[in-house]
Design a protein around this ligand. Structure first.
Ligand code: ADP
Ligand code: MG
Length: 141
């Protein structure tokens, strides 16, 4: 699993855009990493390559956003959750329906969310440097 280092938000968006080009409805991408590590920036870059023109902002204070790109795209943030109850999963499930779904702070959804196709992990490696790993989580071709 290769680690890529970026030196600006634009570089992180470009790395994400290359991943976005591979995605299709039904794919789940988890984006983990500490606060400010660039998760939302990464999702923004991937959304651009999926044709989303709307502003892509952090859904921290809502469960999620749904965007229309060349395909439907969902953006969830589970920051406020420690786990997911059956009822909470019921609220989230529609976001995964026929969409490419990005999930920030995915830890709370472990074992409940649909299996991701890619797992992205981000960390600070300098003031404007970020180390990004993208793990392909399945063998789908
Ligand atoms: P998170 O969603 O992980 O909390 P955000 O993407 O919202 O992170 O914020 C990342 C912050 O770090 C932004 O203010 C962004 O401009 C800044 N930043 C600086 N360098 C980078 C980089 N190389 N990649 C991504 N973001 C960066
Ligand atoms: Mg965020």
């Amino acid at each position: 699993m290769a680690e890529t280092e970026t030196s600006s938000p634009a570089e992180t968006e470009a790395v994400a855009a290359r991943l976005g080009d591979e995605l299709r409805p039904g794919d789940v991408v988890t984006v983990a990493g500490e606060l400010g590590s660039g998760k939302t920036t990464f999702v923004r870059g991937a959304c651009r390559s999926l044709g989303v023109t709307a502003p892509v902002t952090s859904p921290t204070f809502t469960i999620g956003h749904r965007y229309e790109g060349t395909v439907p795209v969902s953006h969830l943030d589970l920051y406020r959750f420690t786990g997911l109850s059956h009822a909470e999963w019921g609220d989230l499930e529609p976001y995964f329906d026929d969409a490419v779904a990005f999930v920030e702070w995915p830890e709370a959804g472990a074992g409940v969310l649909p299996a991701p196709r890619f797992r992205v992990h981000m960390r600070h490696s300098g003031s404007d440097q970020r180390a990004i790993t993208i793990e392909r989580a399945d063998t789908r071709v």
